[in-house]
Design a protein. Structure first.
Length: 169
């Protein structure tokens, strides 16, 4: 009795004939769904975490946003699935088999986790590293409470007032 590896099972798509059916379509759909999820959730989540941790003022709105992010992290996945069914398929009329719908729902599911983890990572940066960033043209404004974490690439940066009183050249 000889055994051989059935490549058709991994490369073929759906078929009415059981011998010709495969999981190739499901693998491709899963890949595209995860690609959409990664392309949407990572930049949005990290940008939201940087904004909330570094730039957003502490007031009622940001407190409400933080509470909602923490609440969304505890929502079961079936609720997100029903939200995707109601919003993306019924309201926006997207097709049921599109990886875009699954990617959008998975993006909504993973955003709270990414935001919480990114904020924790930003909080764990020691002050010595932040001061070292100031030395390589990452500046903070003298009149603002939130530091600027982006590199200063402007040509005329000396028109701004900095925390240490001197302009950066």
């Amino acid at each position: 009795m000889t055994f051989f590896f059935n490549w058709g099972f991994f490369t073929n798509g759906d078929s009415r004939e059981p011998e010709q059916a495969g999981i190739g379509g499901a693998i491709a759909g899963s890949f595209y769904t995860l690609l959409i999820t990664l392309m949407l959730s990572f930049p949005i989540g990290v940008a939201a975490a940087v904004y909330l941790e570094e730039f957003a003022p502490t007031n009622k709105w940001t407190d409400m946003i933080e509470v909602n992010i923490n609440n969304l992290a505890a929502v079961p996945s079936i609720v997100f699935g029903l939200l995707g069914l109601a919003m993306f398929i019924n309201f926006f009329g997207m097709p049921r088999s599109a990886p875009l719908v699954g990617g959008l729902v998975l993006t909504l599911m993973t955003l709270p986790t990414i935001i919480i983890a990114s904020r924790a990572a930003l909080k764990s940066v020691p002050p010595s590293i932040r001061e070292a960033a100031l030395g390589i043209r990452c500046f903070t404004y003298a009149n603002g409470d939130s530091p600027c974490v982006a590199f200063s690439l402007a040509r005329n940066v000396d028109r701004h007032h900095y925390r240490y009183g001197a302009s950066v050249r």
